[in-house]
Design a binder for this molecule. Structure first.
Ligand SMILES: Cc1ncc(COP(=O)(O)O)c(C=O)c1O
Length: 374
């Protein structure tokens, strides 16, 4: 039977729940009319500082802009290298290329799909100016191991690309506050999203925070006085207002995401004989399931079965970045990237959002595995 009621991400149900607050917040901005750098911008930054525990939050125009501004604030440019994973959304490497530096790719762990921390040290060169791990699918990688290596090799700055993991925890600390800099995205489908583009940088370093605030507004120290090259990178007041309204339900939504993830894992365990491999979460951290991504040997067959049942899917990501035309000749490959290449052929993301109910999840896993679970 084909179902038409299954959403990959359900923003309509979220709006129904939060309609009063979202509409009220938008109306307040329309009433005061400060669409650029209005009071909601700082209000949101303060809320995110206390949520993550980081000293400074700088809201910016997108997650991509958060990463770009971070590299600019660190003064990274031509001749420099930044170590990262090839198994991520393109923005992670794109910003490295945009500042004129070279992305250096190291392989991932087959089960979590996160950067393999044990391979990072071997990729360090005299040109390494930052390490940029990604908290893929909503789960932080082994940040302590990465920070230890960074510390032992001349205190290399570590930037967490937390675009998919806002709200996640690693050893009791919040994602975005796990290293020198954390960057997140408020793209609508992210765990904390706005109604357009938006993002934030979190850091406890006063000097970097000041540089980031200036770079965000064309490198100006005060109006029309430009002390460094910057970008037009502010987040709109209206988008900040929407995130503020969504924060009211965020803790509850994270609980729902964690519960939905657990249900998926149990359902997949119950269908143990199937060829669908469940994602793995390490015991010292959680995953807020920015994506719920399974693996299989026969992706075409799995995508076909889910499509036939009316279940929306996505592939995050089909081509690792060192195989992309834009990067294949301008990156440095540190060791084998065989795991990234294999995983890129195996992954399928299933619907995931806080409003997913148990019966729909049983139908999804049933369609994926052929098991009768309802
Ligand atoms: C891992 C990762 N990094 C960076 C970004 C870029 O964020 P944005 O779309 O807000 O620019 C995304 C967004 O999908 C992402 O998933």
């Amino acid at each position: 039977m084909t179902r038409t009621d299954i959403q990959f991400v359900d923003l309509k149900s979220q709006y129904q729940l939060l309609k009063g607050s979202i509409d009220g917040r938008i109306q307040r901005v329309l009433d005061h009319g400060q669409y650029i750098m209005g009071p909601e911008v700082r209000e949101l930054e303060e809320r995110l500082e206390s949520y993550t525990g980081a000293k400074h939050c700088i809201t910016v125009a997108s997650g991509t802009e958060a990463l770009l501004i971070s590299l600019m604030a660190l003064g990274i440019g031509p001749g420099d290298e930044v170590i990262t994973t090839p198994f991520t959304f393109v923005a992670t490497a794109e910003v490295i290329a945009l500042v004129g530096a070279t992305p250096v790719f190291v392989d991932i762990e087959a089960d979590t799909c996160n950067i393999d921390a044990s391979l990072v040290e071997g990729a360090i060169s005299s040109r390494t100016k930052a390490i940029m791990p990604v908290s893929l699918y909503g789960q932080p990688p082994d940040m302590d191991e990465i920070k230890l290596i960074a510390g032992q090799n001349g205190n290399i700055p570590v930037i967490e690309d937390a675009a998919q993991s806002f709200g996640a925890q690693y050893k009791g600390k919040k994602s975005c506050n796990l290293s020198n800099i954390g960057c997140t995205s408020f793209f609508p489908s992210k765990p904390l999203g706005c109604y357009g583009d938006g993002g934030a940088i979190l850091t406890s370093n006063d000097v970097l925070a000041q540089a980031m605030r200036e770079i965000r507004v064309h490198g100006q120290e005060k109006r029309y006085h430009h002390t460094r090259v910057g970008v037009g990178g502010r987040m709109d007041t209206l988008q900040c207002a929407i995130v503020l309204a969504k924060l009211e339900a965020f803790d509850w939504e994270i609980e729902q995401r964690l519960a939905a993830g657990e249900r998926y894992l149990e359902l997949l365990k119950a269908a143990a004989a199937s060829a669908v491999v469940a994602p793995v979460v390490r015991g010292d951290r959680n995953c807020v399931w920015g994506q719920f991504t399974v693996q299989t040997d026969d992706r075409a067959a799995l995508l076909d079965s889910l499509k036939a049942a009316g279940i929306p899917t996505a592939v995050h990501y089909p081509v690792p970045l060192h195989r992309q035309i834009a990067y294949q000749d301008s990156c440095r490959i540190a060791g084998s990237l065989a795991v990234s290449e294999t995983v890129a052929e195996r992954v399928v993301s299933l619907p995931m959002h806080p409003y997913l109910d148990a019966s729909i999840q049983a139908a999804i896993v049933g369609a994926a595995t052929g098991a009768s679970l309802a």
